[in-house]
Design a protein around this ligand. Structure first.
Ligand code: MSP
Length: 523
């Protein structure tokens, strides 16, 4: 049995809306991480799913004149379908309307009630319906609006169950003090710690104003508040009740990827719930930034919501995956533009990677009849390869996907430069068995090894491209199933390469602009 386990989750997405690049971003990032971990020999479990209860869903269903059940059954399919298209390797897809989830929500709620950590009271407050949250008085925006979405708040008063969050705050502070990487990046860690130190009020965890939710055991006019319900998915999907072996196996390695807007739920409320239940909080919560589009906030009213299905169709799944993780440091906000995507396809993919492959294979064909020379590669590049692997490992630990890619591309860049430096076409003109002629074999073997290692390293980001690259190198099998550490440097000799095929066709910018009706300056 593999004792190197890893467990990573995405947020579960609301199904009142269709998927956009924000959803695609988190899910691709998690996919890359789990694919890498598997290639490093881990048994990595990747979870995603949909958040299907609550007022937002009920309201959307009402507007459409269908039942919430019909709405969620229909809309959650869009997410499943997108993950198929984007080549996401999730091991499970949890829906909060599934019985396997609901029984865990009820059990946890009951356990906390029995312990006295959930009690009944009355809640008065200003509620934001779209965000499904009460807004504390100190945060209410001008004219009683929501500080996040800026929409008007609704005054509400209701009988409610409360979770004694305050009771576990000290324990949570201590947990974070002992786990300095418990929240990534550091800036978010500091933010959450100072929030915790300022105190956390008991949390309202039930609603009587709607029926679309998990009923509270023994008091069915209440349903469980959607966030209390949703957070539990991370445990219910792992068999918290039905499969304790699985739960114990993965839980100790749990990590959650989240957008910056939902860090308090994940870094404060969820760990407090877990502490109350006697469960260890997750190893880490990793927060990423938000995408704007061409410099503007993405919104339905502006009509600038980027459709990931369309991006994948027009530019290809792998370039889209690559772009999202290369363009912006994880944790920072970023701006999406198709122009930037086209720029990266041409420069990073077609030029840097595509050309190196083409030039190398062409030379192996021209000078060695297509057979990779059986010699050792250049010692200088061999040493570099070791440092590349070490750097990449460190960057992954920090979820610095952009740095991982920069490191791989610097390695490819070294390959391109190595061709310019060694000028194999000159070496090829030297006498057979002369020093220069022997160097030619070393040069081509070195370039071949750079490409072989790069195929392994890009596989988590671009699984199909890695396989195409691998096949052109004359190698068989699915790269994503290989173990990086078993693929020793210089072990890839004695094969016949395939004819070089274009990995990424260059996009003609003039034609691209024309197809988008983008006018040039002065037109
Ligand atoms: N259902 C809750 C999560 C519950 S997890 C127990 C939810 N769903 S959501 O569909 O509204 O958002 C899901 C994720 O998408 C969040 O992490 C959010 O940060 C992310 N994004 C939404 N818009 C985004 C961008 N414009 N850019 C990047 N990520 C964005 O919240």
């Amino acid at each position: 049995m593999n004792d190197k386990t890893y467990y990573l989750t995405t947020p579960i997405y609301y199904v009142n809306d269709i998927p956009h690049i924000g959803h695609a971003y988190t899910t691709i990032a998690g996919d890359v991480m789990c694919r890498y971990k598997r290639m490093k020999g881990y048994d990595a479990f990747y979870l995603t799913g949909t958040d299907e209860h609550g007022q937002k869903i009920q309201q959307t269903a009402d507007e459409k004149g269908i039942t919430p059940q019909q709405l969620v059954d229909e809309v959650h399919q869009n997410f499943r379908e997108l993950w198929g298209v984007l080549n996401i390797s999730n091991d499970d897809f949890i829906r909060t309307t599934e019985p396997r989830h609901e029984i865990v929500v009820q059990a946890m709620f009951k356990e906390l009630m029995d312990k006295g950590d959930i009690y009944k009271g009355t809640y008065h407050g200003l509620y934001c319906v779209p965000c499904e949250t009460y807004v504390p008085e100190s945060n209410v925006g001008e004219g009683n609006t929501c500080p996040d979405c800026k929409r008007p708040l609704t005054p509400m008063q209701e009988e409610s169950y409360f979770f004694k969050a305050s009771k576990y705050v000290e324990a949570l502070i201590e947990h974070y003090e002992n786990n300095l990487k418990g929240i990534i990046p550091q800036s978010r860690y500091n933010e959450i710690l100072s929030f915790l130190r300022s105190g956390v009020r008991d949390q309202s965890v039930s609603r009587t104003t709607l029926s679309w939710g998990v009923p509270i055991p023994g008091d069915e006019k209440h349903v469980v508040y959607v966030w209390f319900d949703a957070l539990i998915n991370y445990a219910s999907a792992m068999g918290y009740i039905n499969d304790r072996v699985k739960f114990e196996k993965y839980w100790k390695e749990a990590r959650h990827l989240v957008g910056k807007d939902i860090i308090r739920f994940h870094c404060v409320i969820w760990p407090l719930m877990l502490l109350a239940l006697g469960i260890t909080p997750p190893v880490a919560i990793i927060a990423h930034g938000w995408w704007t589009v061409d410099g503007e906030k993405m919104s339905k009213s502006k009509g600038n919501v980027v459709d990931p299905f369309k991006m994948a169709e027009v530019y290809g799944v792998d370039p889209f995956r690559y772009f999202l993780l290369r363009e912006v440091p994880f944790g920072n906000d970023g701006d999406f533009s198709e122009r930037a995507l086209v720029g990266r396809i041409n420069s990073d993919l077609a030029n840097d990677l595509g050309n190196l492959l083409n030039r190398t294979l062409q030379m192996i064909v021209n000078y060695f009849e297509g057979k990779v020379p059986e010699v050792k590669s250049d010692p200088e590049i061999t040493i570099l390869a070791v440092t590349v692997l070490e750097k990449i490992e460190k960057h992954y630990e920090e979820f610095a996907f952009d740095e991982v890619l920069k490191t791989i591309w610097a390695f490819l860049g070294r390959g391109n430069k190595y061709i310019d430096e060694t000028m194999p076409w000159k070496l090829a003109k030297e006498e057979p068995n002369s020093e220069g002629n022997m160097k030619l074999a070393e040069v081509l073997k070195t370039l071949y090894e750079i490409l072989r290692m790069s195929a392994l390293l890009i596989s988590p980001f671009m699984p199909d491209t890695a396989n195409r690259l691998w096949a052109q190198l004359g190698l068989a099998g699915d790269v994503s199933k290989l173990k990086i550490d078993e693929q020793k440097w210089d072990s890839g000799g004695s094969v016949a390469v395939k004819k070089a095929e274009v990995l990424f066709p260059r996009i003609d910018i003039a034609k691209w602009e024309e197809s988008r009706n983008i006018k040039k300056k002065g037109d």
